[in-house]
Design a protein around this ligand. Structure first.
Ligand code: HSE
Length: 339
């Protein structure tokens, strides 16, 4: 069977971008053999320029770039072109948008996603902010151009919550969704409870693990969870909500004493995103409850009308885990292409 070539433009080369490229270099052959798809990366873009090779950047180079053994700007195909020009000019089927998002503006990802969709490129993104801020507009733009906008990686890291709903729970009404949607705060609360360390010390560890947001107050103050609540409400519960509709309390007020008190009474404190109530707040959860997951894990409970209750647990953050969700979105698009 003939291989189908599908080209990607990767936008953003931080922790998530490198993780995606590392998994790409590991899995390229596997994808060829299993799906008969020759996946190529035609460009990798970041703030200061883009590395472009329309025939596909060599996989050995991608591996070295991902491991930081060579820098993007040291590569022979490095250019000072900006991302928008590359999204317009370079021939590729899918833009993989992986920049960190500003929650107030959704930028720079919002512009990248719009530019890609206006220039005939499907989009797979881990970027929560633009999807949350402009959910309906971006969906409409994608539909108008007969393109896909996939964002499985934006919520719950490796947990396939969006695709579970779309591909397996189609006939269900989702009555409520709530859970632990932020790996960093879950890691912090776990470390405070188990090891008695301070919030600041635990945050530092989470940052070293590469799971915290570029601005970690997004994690601590519940903003990241609220953004995910908005996406889940719009994508899975057919709502039309904005970030400002969510009532948000983070974990900065959680004291070691509160954690100890909960512990003594057989409870743990978790930062819970409640999609039905549009609320993010620390709540006490019984020790043996399915939402009592530790470390960087996320846990999401769906209450549905036909399938009843479903809980999914998995790694909610991390470059490699996020890459798993991104590849599910990329391959979902690639398999439907007729080139
Ligand atoms: N900072 C986020 C978290 C990354 O800790 O969950 C994944 O969305």
């Amino acid at each position: 069977m003939k291989l189908k070539t599908v080209k990607l433009i990767v936008v953003g080369f931080g922790i998530i971008g490198r993780g995606f490229c590392k998994v790409f270099s590991e899995k390229k052959k596997f994808i060829e053999e299993k799906f008969k798809i020759n996946l190529e990366i035609a460009a990798i873009c970041e703030i200061s320029g883009c590395l472009v090779n329309e025939n596909g950047i060599a996989v050995e180079d991608i591996e070295k770039l991902a491991a930081n053994k060579i820098k993007l700007e040291e590569h022979q195909n490095w250019t000072r072109k900006d991302t928008a020009d590359v999204l317009k000019e370079v021939e590729a089927e899918i833009a993989v948008e992986l920049t960190p998002g500003n929650i107030k503006t959704g930028e720079p990802g919002l512009t990248h996603i719009i530019t890609a969709l206006e220039n005939g490129k499907h989009v797979a993104t881990s970027n929560k902010a633009p999807v949350a801020i402009r959910f309906n507009e971006l969906q409409e733009l994608a539909q108008k151009n007969n393109l896909k906008l996939n964002y499985e990686a934006a919520v719950g890291g490796a947990i396939p919550v969006i695709n579970l709903y779309r591909e397996n729970l189609q006939i269900n009404n989702i009555n409520s969704i709530y859970g632990v949607l932020n790996g960093t705060t879950n890691y912090i609360l776990t470390k405070m409870r188990r090891d008695g360390i301070t919030l600041e010390a635990a945050l530092k560890e989470a940052q070293e693990l590469g799971i915290a947001e570029t601005d970690p107050t997004y994690d601590i103050e519940g903003i990241d969870t609220a953004v995910k609540v908005v996406i889940l409400a719009n994508a899975l519960m057919n709502k039309n909500v904005k970030f400002r509709d969510v009532k948000v309390v983070g974990i900065s007020g959680i004291t070691p004493e509160a954690i100890d008190l909960a512990k003594k009474n057989g409870f743990v404190i978790k930062l819970i995103g409640d999609v039905k109530k549009l609320e993010v707040s620390p709540r006490i959860v019984p020790k043996n409850h399915p939402l009592n997951v530790d470390g960087t894990l996320n846990a999401i409970m769906l209450e549905t009308d036909v399938a009843s209750d479903i809980t999914i647990i998995g790694r909610g953050a991390g470059a490699r885990e996020t890459a798993s969700a991104l590849f599910s979105d990329v391959l979902g698009i690639a398999m439907e292409l007729n080139n």
